[in-house]
Write a protein that binds this ligand. Structure first.
Ligand SMILES: Nc1ncnc2c1ncn2[C@@H]1O[C@H](COP(=O)(O)OP(=O)(O)OP(=O)(O)O)[C@@H](O)[C@H]1O
Length: 459
């Protein structure tokens, strides 16, 4: 009895400790979530930004190292303090951009993003920390910018920029920075900037490369002058498909901040009608002259056909929130679900599992006993890969000891490349390779991770 009481008391003590730790964590979380900034979930009119007539002693101390530059000086700093900038997207580009604009003393910073912070963002979205996971990116970025410089007015917008709100929002700012990652948003921001007469500092980053230009500024072209027609959605790669080294958007976001600061302070940008390209592999910047403003441009030309914002998702054939595009290339009977494949595995039905991802992804994770032949090798009919495939099919045939066609199940990350691989193999079946029965596994390894094996890594 006494022993039982002792053990219960010990358990109680342990639980009290856990409760105290949880209370501490809760209060820290509450503090970080309510830290002074009001999160805007719709567009409201802003009061005009007050122009500073002179720098305070504190301003002089804070900005002394940049005030010493003849290119900036006191007037340039005062100009910065009366400029407002809207940052569209608080991700890989938006974070470094907002950080340097806040540090440099921009007057007002609108930080807009519909998304929340995730663990896979942290390698490049440097204003967010581990404790911000699940928090609105706009709020997390605004809190971080304010910690850096509390004299900057930061306005977090937790909303998606759309045809309904873009003009009202953009009209309230002096300069717009496009830090988004999708084609419909690029057209939307461009058109809204042209219709409101605002300069647009635009950048992008993918893998080991980045690009930057300034649109709709000092008589230069707009995005539509260069790209009148959107690219087919299936040709567009984003960071979650193609990957990106965190430093690359870091460099491009800093470059955007530089151009914004030059425009805001009155020095002007030399990136209008110039495309700057950064190659991280060669550590090289190159600059090419772009075509000038086009008289026939649909939005900034002489007789524009776009005089108000349109439906950009229909125009581009993709949505701004499409994190991963799902293609539907095959009929239902050529596809199986991850549950079907699990039962094939459980019943030990003889088959070949073909993983068509690039080797770099297979090294991150793969299912056991899969054969890796990247889609590109199949498309190019790489001899050594085709031979390897043939060998595995012959082994499978021997194992099956019948005259039916050996089943091949094709898998990739999301179920898009696997469908393309099925189409390639279908064409090869019976002529270039032995006759096979080939099917795609719907949703790929990410569906496997979500529906079958929660311990399988999601990347
Ligand atoms: N129309 C839009 N309105 C508001 N925010 C947008 C819009 N389009 C894109 N964004 C935001 O722009 C940011 C772009 O950041 P980034 O390119 O680093 O991609 P990400 O979506 O965070 O990353 P990942 O693709 O790895 O999930 C994202 O946070 C995204 O939510």
């Amino acid at each position: 009895m006494a022993q039982e009481v002792c053990s219960l008391k010990a358990q109680l003590k342990e639980q009290e400790k856990e409760i105290a730790a949880l209370k501490k964590k809760l209060s820290q979380l509450e503090k970080s979530h309510t830290s002074a900034l009001e999160l805007h979930d719709k567009v409201r009119p802003l009061t005009p930004l007050k122009a500073k007539l002179a720098l305070s002693n504190e301003d002089i101390m804070r900005y002394s190292r940049q005030l010493l530059l003849p290119e900036l000086g006191v007037q340039g700093q005062l100009n910065l303090s009366k400029t407002s900038v809207l940052v569209v997207g608080c991700g890989g580009l938006g974070c470094p951009l907002a950080q340097y604009l806040a540090a440099a003393g921009i007057g007002r910073l609108g930080l807009l993003d519909y998304d929340e912070v995730e663990l896979s963002n942290l390698h490049r979205q440097v204003l967010h920390g581990e404790e911000n996971q699940g928090q609105a990116k706009a709020l997390s970025a605004a809190n971080a910018a304010r910690r850096l410089n509390s004299t900057v007015e930061c306005i977090p917008y937790h909303l998606q920029l759309s045809s309904e709100n873009a003009l009202q929002l953009i009209q309230q700012y002096d300069i717009v920075a496009d830090c988004s990652d999708n084609v419909p948003t690029r057209y939307l921001v461009n058109d809204a900037c042209v219709l409101s007469g605002k300069p647009l500092v635009s950048a992008s980053a993918l893998r080991m490369e980045g690009q930057l230009t300034v649109y709709n500024y000092s008589g230069g072209p707009c995005y539509r002058c260069l790209y009148p027609v959107p690219p087919p959605p299936e040709t567009v790669t984003n960071c979650s498909d193609g990957g990106v080294l965190g430093v690359v958007p870091g460099i491009m976001g800093c470059f955007q901040a530089l151009e914004v600061i030059k425009i805001a302070s009155g020095q002007g940008s030399s990136c209008s009608q110039q495309l700057v390209m950064f190659d991280a592999q060669d550590a090289r910047f190159r600059s090419i002259k772009l075509r000038p403003k086009q008289a026939g441009c649909a939005v900034c030309g002489e007789n524009p056909s776009v005089t108000k914002l349109v439906d950009y998702e229909s125009f581009c054939g993709s949505a701004a929130t499409d994190k991963c595009r799902k293609l539907n290339l095959l009929p239902r009977d050529q596809r199986i679900t991850v549950q079907d494949y699990q039962s094939i595995m459980d019943k030990a039905v003889p088959h070949l599992l073909l993983d068509v991802r690039p080797l770099v992804e297979v090294e991150i994770c793969h299912l056991p006993f899969s054969l890796n032949i990247p889609l590109s090798s199949l498309e190019e009919r790489k001899t050594e890969h085709i031979q390897l495939f043939q060998e595995r099919i012959s082994q499978l045939k021997q194992q099956m000891a019948g005259d039916c066609r050996p089943p091949v199940y094709v898998i990739c990350k999301l179920g898009n490349d696997s469908q393309k691989a099925v189409q390639v193999l279908e064409k090869m079946s019976g002529s270039e390779v032995d006759s096979i029965m080939v099917k795609d596994i719907c949703g790929g390894l990410m569906a496997w991770a979500q529906k079958i094996d929660p311990t399988f890594p999601q990347y």
